[in-house]
Design a protein around this ligand. Structure first.
Ligand code: NAG
Ligand code: NAG
Ligand code: NAG
Length: 422
């Protein structure tokens, strides 16, 4: 495994070589009008070292995770080298998502490095005795460009599943070259003419029309962090629908995902999106199908969701605030997302089989009870207490069975999210 690391390090190092006119094995001869190669620094043993090191590497493909930080550095290096090319992103995503499928990555890197070698005459010696250690001494002088680059929030955001690897990377001082991430085109274009200080749109409009200028923020949390404090409806950059933001409860930054005031019209399809242009605290509404998009804006390992019931009587009733792992989905249909943490409780209740369950709300596409629980924290069998949205065929509750005896009927249900926990 150390040899694997050494090769990885070696390959990263080689990439730092400055292109000159002295190819090692270029299929094309150097141009005749180019100046003479520099007299120093060319080490003819580099190709042999590479060759010697590659064979154990290729046969090995072992000890993947223990060199995670180096591979993350290599991934960052690859990404910058290829300047946003698809191949680099694919390699990086593969690397992070699949717990280091070293074989394919090494294959890519080998091909890349061999092509580099054909252009690079100034090979850099292998760093020895530094296996799995940051190549600190390389981070000065001209070779600074080869120094591993700090992982930024943009990097994490760009590859949401990469946390396991990237967060193993030790803290690094910023290098001289910033990471040039390719930002979404829409964001770049919209920032020129977005509204940095948006006002909430007039309340209780039947359907909110898109204004000429959208808010610069991409979520209610970003609005909050930009200083906006007026509860209400906003059109945000990057979302196809307006959203209702709550800045006045629970530290603010909450996006309303769903309001259920009745049973009518709800099923596993309409729960994904209903009256999407009419965010409201007092009428049926859902933008659940956009929730994971907002979730992905968060840079932490968890997001928050909030459930309030009997909202016609006031806010923060009979529910709470939960934190969930980043990979949990708002449109889950498995009922298996149970590792959620109750962080704040509204009113007095405990988890119980006939009541609120420790489970992120899931969409009942299984036909269980003829869809009567549509969006629920309940198990698939037993009962359907702890339900947020109920099919119209269930007439015993108003509108959903929630938490008896004190909150047997859910009343108006509000379901919110915030992509970062604070
Ligand atoms: C990353 O995000 C966190 C929280 O959003 C912030 O405190 C931190 O300064 C950010 N780091 C960088 C390098 O932008
Ligand atoms: C929500 O349900 C109520 C009661 O059935 C109904 O009057 C109202 O029109 C519904 N709202 C929407 C937006 O469908
Ligand atoms: C549940 O989540 C906690 C973090 O809240 C995490 O530490 C733990 O490993 C998770 N458990 C499982 C079984 O995924």
């Amino acid at each position: 495994m150390f040899r694997v690391c050494a090769v990885v390090l070696f390959l990263v190092t080689l990439t730092a070589a400055h292109p000159t006119e002295q190819p090692l094995e270029s299929p094309q001869p150097p141009a005749a009008d180019q100046p003479a190669p520099p007299a120093v620094s060319y080490q003819p043993s580099a190709a042999e070292q590479l060759s010697a090191l590659l064979s154990p590497l290729v046969e090995g493909a072992v000890s993947r995770a223990q060199c995670g930080w180096q591979l993350a550095q290599l991934a960052g290096r690859l990404e910058r080298l290829q300047a946003g090319a698809d191949a680099g992103h694919r390699a990086l995503a593969e690397l992070t998502r699949q717990q280091l499928r070293l074989d394919s990555v090494v294959h890519d890197v080998t091909a890349l490095q061999l092509s580099e070698l054909t252009r690079a005459g100034q090979a850099v010696p292998v760093v020895r005795g530094e296996v799995c250690q940051p190549p600190q001494e390389r981070r000065d002088g001209k070779e600074l460009s080869a120094a591993p680059e700090p992982v930024t929030n943009m990097t994490k955001r760009h590859i949401p599943q990469s946390g396991a690897i990237l967060e193993q990377q030790p803290e690094l001082e910023p290098g001289p070259e910033p990471v040039h991430q390719v930002r979404p085109t829409a964001e770049v274009e919209s920032e020129a003419d977005c509204e940095a200080h948006p006002a909430a749109l007039p309340a209780h409009v039947a359907a909110y029309q898109e204004p000429e200028t959208r808010a610069c923020a991409r979520s209610c949390l970003q609005l909050r962090n930009q200083g906006v404090a007026q509860d209400g409806v906003y059109w945000l950059t990057g979302l196809p629908v307006p959203v209702l933001c709550d800045f006045s409860h629970d530290d603010g930054g909450w996006t309303l995902l769903l309001t259920a005031v009745s049973r009518d019209g709800w099923d596993p399809y309409s729960v994904l999106g209903r009256s999407e242009l009419s965010p409201s605290l007092t009428d049926n509404y859902s933008i659940l199908r956009h929730a994971d998009t907002i979730r992905d804006l968060g840079s932490g390992t968890r997001f928050a969701y909030r459930i309030e019931t009997q909202a016609e009587k006031g806010r923060q009733r009979w529910g709470g605030i939960w934190f969930a792992p980043k990979h949990y989905s708002f449109v889950d249909e498995t009922a298996l997302q149970t590792n959620v943490s109750l962080m704040k409780r509204f009113d007095v209740w405990v988890y119980q089989s006939e009541g609120i369950k420790r489970r992120m709300p899931w969409i009942n596409t299984w036909g269980y009870h003829e869809f009567k629980p549509v969006l629920t924290t309940a198990t698939k069998d037993v009962n359907f207490w702890g339900t947020l949205v109920t099919h119209s065929s269930e007439v015993r509750f108003s509108p959903s069975p929630w938490h008896p005896p004190s909150a047997r009927d859910s009343g108006t249900v509000l379901y919110w999210m915030r992509e970062e926990v604070f």
